[in-house]
Design a protein around this ligand. Structure first.
Ligand code: HEC
Length: 204
């Protein structure tokens, strides 16, 4: 009988211990922020979804008609950063391991609006990404991998992309981008919030 009670007590204690351990790991999980970049076993990045609900940081454009009709990248680039990395950026002004930045390509549509002449977004054209991962890219500068889901001449996208050779993408980013291969110089949203928390106009 005593033996049984003891057993019960031990059972109860280990239940309590495991409960507290699991709540501890839940608490830990909350500080270890979510990763948005997922790779398959071949090391290819699985095309991220849901990014339009992430943090939108800007829309650079190098239109054809300002580049002798042959801009290298004639589309609008709508750029998003994943929410966990945005949180880290606001706190530290750094791109954390796991940062995923999406560049959605949209054609120039109309050049006239009720508001005047300009460049207005047309149709969806493609998707590219860069992500920072020590685990996947231990030897790449800054541990950044660059990816292209666009299929030329199609509005369909690849479901996975292997990392692009440095000559295609990261060479230019390494040479010209203001911070850690990201062109922060073109994103006031990033500059204003860098290690300053949530920021409005002028970082105030
Ligand atoms: C000749 C230079 C150059 C090359 C090559 C290049 N990029 Fe970029 N990339 C830029 C510039 C400049 C920007 C920011 C302005 C813009 O979008 O036009 C940018 C923006 C980006 C962004 C948004 C984040 C940021 O740093 O602004 C991603 C993601 C990106 N490029 C991915 C790629 C991928 C993937 C490739 C290769 C397929 C590639 N880039 C090739 C110059 C380059």
């Amino acid at each position: 009988m005593f033996h049984k009670t003891q057993k019960k007590l031990i059972g109860l204690t280990s239940l309590l211990v495991s409960l507290s351990v699991s709540s501890f790991s839940i608490a830990e999980g909350m500080t270890t922020e979510k990763n948005y970049a997922h790779f398959n076993s071949a090391g290819e990045l699985i095309r991220p979804v849901g990014y339009r609900e992430w943090i939108y940081i800007g829309s650079p454009l190098t239109p054809n008609d300002m580049n002798n009709g042959k801009a290298a990248f004639p589309e609008f680039h709508n750029v998003y950063i994943d929410p966990a990395s945005w949180k880290h950026w606001k706190k530290t002004g750094q791109f954390r391991d796991g940062t995923l930045i999406i560049k959605e390509l949209v054609s120039v549509g109309s050049k006239q609006a009720a508001s005047g002449n300009g460049y207005f977004q047309g149709e969806y054209q493609g998707l590219e990404a860069m992500t920072k991962s020590k685990q996947q890219f231990p030897d790449k500068k800054g541990n950044w991998g660059f990816f292209r889901f666009t299929i030329d001449g199609s509005t369909e996208l690849r479901t996975v992309s292997s990392a692009q050779p440095d000559a295609n993408c990261s060479g230019c980013h390494q040479a010209q981008a203001a911070q850690d291969q990201v062109f922060t110089q073109y994103y006031p949203v990033l500059r204003a919030a860098s290690a300053k928390g949530e920021a409005g106009i002028g970082g105030k």
